[in-house]
Design a protein around this ligand. Structure first.
Ligand code: SF4
Length: 439
């Protein structure tokens, strides 16, 4: 029985796809092993957004060959789609598969026999027009379920449309079937994943359904306690979705909404489809219906043309906004994007300073959000991790809590009282009730 190992770089979507490809191998009789174990085949799922994608890819290849010098190495994923030739030249790489081919890799690579030259299967991105279902399972307490792929937007800093193609989705019915299948396992939480999931509903180039249809349908799936929406563009986060989530049985009060900049000038240059006023409106709408809702924000610093004033505008905007944490990205130039040719390049030192300022602001925001929730009762899904005798979990509104390790709590939903924030910035809980609590 041949052994296969996987390594995933990048986002939840990649994680779900690696997991599904792993199951395809198992169905064909391969044995899946940890990356640190000797394997006959290594599959590396790459990312184009990751900083130094090429260096990271090379490093993982080297590591794989250190463990198994004769192993077959295949590279898939976004970076493989963008730079197939460069990747095929990395010493030790046997195959490169692009977006349209990665799900066919077992058939295409035909027994994984090493050839004289690396095999490259990467067609034009327009060929990546089918939707391949994917979800992670048994890898974590929660499952990432892919519902959408690709993006029709053209943000000037982003390579994802080039790496993943046009927007396309699974059908509501298929997603429901996927969720029901997951419900047969012991998974309690599903995170809906995609590139631009608010744009859900396009099949074969036509819009047939909407994201709201999906949310409403999934809310009725028995056996899954929680659904979390991974990230949704502010212009697609419609009132109807917010209102539905506020009354939902299963969708948790947590939204992650990319902002990218608090300056309208920069938003325009980024070709984002909203201005800051819309973002304020979305946050107010959420908070008016769900005061304890967690709101996460993606923000980019150092975009070309971002002056000190523009950055301060972003800083002050976020400082005043009732949001719970920030994911801060330092702008970095990407080949084949519009932004790379824009004037006003921000020196790296300045980019790093700005990033640091926003990271500090994020900590302040997170602490304030946690403080606002102290004294309340929340439901925690405990995870399978132990650190110095303590375990962790997340509340429905994404507060990270800690409790004394108890193996019986793993993957259980428990009602807890949020007591205090400890030195590590996580919330200590008390009075964990023995009874199962449906959220
Ligand atoms: S919405 Fe913009 S940033 Fe997000 S994937 Fe599409 S092009 Fe990239």
């Amino acid at each position: 029985m041949k052994k296969v190992a996987f390594y995933t770089l990048g986002c939840k979507l990649n994680f779900s796809e690696t997991s599904s490809i792993g199951r395809m191998f198992e169905q064909k009789g391969y044995q899946k092993v940890d990356f640190s174990n000797a394997a006959d085949i290594y599959i590396i799922n790459t990312c184009s957004v990751t900083e130094n994608a090429d260096k990271k890819c090379k490093k993982v290849v080297r590591e794989a060959l250190k463990i198994s010098p004769e192993a077959y190495v295949a590279i898939i994923g976004c970076y493989a789609q963008l730079k197939p030739k460069e990747i095929s030249e990395i010493p030790g790489v046997d195959a490169v598969l692009g977006a349209a081919e990665k799900f066919q890799l077992i058939d295409l690579l035909d027994g994984f026999m090493k050839k004289e030259k690396p095999q490259v299967f990467a067609s034009e991105i327009a060929e990546a027009n089918t939707f391949n279902h994917a979800h992670s399972i048994h890898d974590r307490t929660r499952t990432f379920l892919k519902v959408q792929d690709g993006c029709d937007y053209s943000c000037t800093f982003c390579t994802i449309p080039l790496a993943r193609g046009n927007s396309r989705s699974d059908s509501v019915e298929n997603v429901m079937n996927g969720a029901r299948e997951i419900a047969q396992t012991d998974v309690k939480e599903i995170v809906l994943t995609g590139v631009n999931i608010g744009d859900f509903g396009i099949q074969h180039g036509d819009r047939t359904e909407r994201f709201t249809d999906l949310v409403k349908a999934l809310d009725g799936v028995e056996g899954i306690e929680r659904f979390r929406i991974s990230s949704i563009e502010p212009n697609l986060l419609k009132d109807e979705i917010i209102e539905y989530v506020s009354k939902s049985k299963r969708f948790v009060p947590h939204f992650h909404v990319p902002l990218q900049s608090g300056s309208n000038k920069i938003l325009k240059q980024m070709r984002r489809r909203y201005q800051r006023e819309l973002y304020v409106d979305r946050v107010s709408k959420i908070k008016s219906l769900m005061p304890h809702c967690c709101i996460g924000v993606d923000v980019i610093v150092g975009f070309p043309g971002e002056t000190d004033e523009d950055f301060l505008e972003t800083y002050n905007f976020l400082n005043e906004l009732d949001v719970s944490y920030l994911h801060v990205f330092t702008y970095s130039e990407r080949a084949n994007t519009k932004a790379i040719d824009m004037p006003g390049v921000v020196p790296h030192k300045v980019r790093n300073e700005r990033s640091k300022m926003l990271r500090n602001l994020s900590e302040k925001k997170r602490r304030k959000f946690y403080e606002e929730n102290l004294g309340t009762t929340k439901t925690v899904l405990f995870e399978d991790d132990v650190e110095e005798g303590m375990m962790h979990g997340f509340t429905e509104n994404y507060i990270r809590v800690t409790a004394k390790y108890d193996p019986l709590l793993i993957n259980e939903l428990k009602s807890v009282s949020l007591k205090k924030i400890n030195a590590k910035g996580t919330v200590e809980v008390e009075e964990i009730e023995a009874a199962f609590v449906a959220h």
